[in-house]
Design a protein. Structure first.
Length: 356
């Protein structure tokens, strides 16, 4: 199905999913995949994935695996390769090289089978504005082959799950952004897929809508669904995801839990300093002090980084601060934020690239 439809569909006619549009070579589809005999494949398996657009290497040798039932956050700057990777997983594009499997099924050889196992929610999800919520979901249930009572049950279950039942007869163009995203998630869930691929589902949502979406995703994971989700809101990914996958310039640079990321990226410590005087004095003091980097000036103090975890070094920083006239009221360690860890990893990569 097209991501951005230009015309309203005829609800009485079934719809075929659009074939991927790509310049890369694709393998011809086979009748059926070889059965998996390994005792259960990963929900998502990517090996040495490459995708180029002319001279641009959008994805450059990416490899990772996601176990069934996991929620994995996919993180990267704009242009890092996130959406290209997700579109390949969703059978909307083909790799130039590499192996990509969903539930043990090769996405190049058996795209139709893969589509039956995934729910795809792109960052820009086209809707038919002159349909009502129930008409929209019913249309896609029919397009996916559901008939009679089964179709009605699927639509009803999805509306109940996404809390859209009270909005069943509302026109789509009258929905808020958060309601629209719930509808798009409902469309992805119509056929009860094993794997959900969600590209920036929280983009543009207000805090309440983000919390509602996060709760829905955790319920899906608790129900055994695998969720592969990209977002720029790292703090929320850290709360809902079992692990985080960082990509930069088409390459994976980190794969692990949020906690492991916070504790393995640095031998430094972040400290919140509250003072009774002008916070600018801390900035001036930090510029002249060994082991200290100013990270942020705050209303009543500053956030600094101490480049050591040694107790003597940390105590020495506090002692010098007091002895040199900074009126310290409070001095305590801050938990390293995921954003800090991500920026630090990117900085290390930049440093290696520059040195090469």
């Amino acid at each position: 199905m097209s991501d951005s439809p230009n015309a309203e569909p005829d609800p009485e006619k079934p719809v075929e999913a659009d074939a991927p549009s790509t310049g890369a070579e694709s393998a011809p589809p086979a009748e059926s995949p070889e059965p998996d005999r390994s005792g259960g494949p990963p929900a998502i398996e990517v090996q040495n994935l490459h995708r180029c657009f002319g001279s641009l290497k959008a994805v450059d040798g990416v490899s990772f695996a996601v176990d069934p039932g996991q929620v994995v956050g996919f993180v990267g700057a704009n242009g890092a390769g996130k959406t290209t990777t997700m579109r390949i997983l969703a059978t909307l594009d083909y790799p130039n090289r590499g192996i990509v499997k969903v539930c043990g099924i090769d996405v190049v050889q058996y795209p139709a089978l893969v589509r039956g196992r995934i729910g795809w929610m792109p960052d820009s999800f086209g809707t038919y504005d002159n349909m009502t919520v129930v008409e929209y979901l019913d249309f896609f249930a029919r397009a996916l082959g559901f008939r009679g009572e089964e179709r009605a049950d699927r639509v009803r279950d999805v509306m109940d799950f996404t809390d859209l039942t009270p909005l069943a007869d509302r026109l789509i163009n009258k929905l808020s952004k958060g309601m629209g995203q719930r509808l798009c998630l409902g469309r992805a869930l119509i056929h009860d897929p094993d794997v959900l691929i969600l590209d920036e589902p929280a983009a543009g949502l207000d805090p309440k809508a983000r919390v509602e979406l996060k709760n829905l995703i955790r319920i899906l994971a608790d129900d055994g669904k695998t969720v592969f989700i990209s977002s720029h809101i790292l703090s929320e990914l850290g709360e809902m995801c079992d692990s985080l996958l960082f990509i930069d310039r088409g390459r994976i640079i980190h794969h692990g839990t949020a906690e492991s990321l916070k504790h393995t990226t640095s031998g430094s410590m972040l400290v919140d300093v509250q003072t009774a005087g002008d916070p600018q004095k801390i900035a001036e003091w930090a510029e002249m002090s060994p082991h200290v980097t100013l990270k942020e000036i705050r209303k009543r103090g500053a956030r600094i980084e101490i480049d050591s975890l040694e107790p003597d070094v940390i105590a020495g920083v506090l002692r010098r601060m007091i002895n040199e006239g900074i009126p310290v009221i409070e001095f305590h360690r801050e938990e390293r934020k995921l954003e800090d860890a991500f920026i630090e990893i990117l900085g290390e990569i930049e440093g290696k690239v520059s040195s090469d």
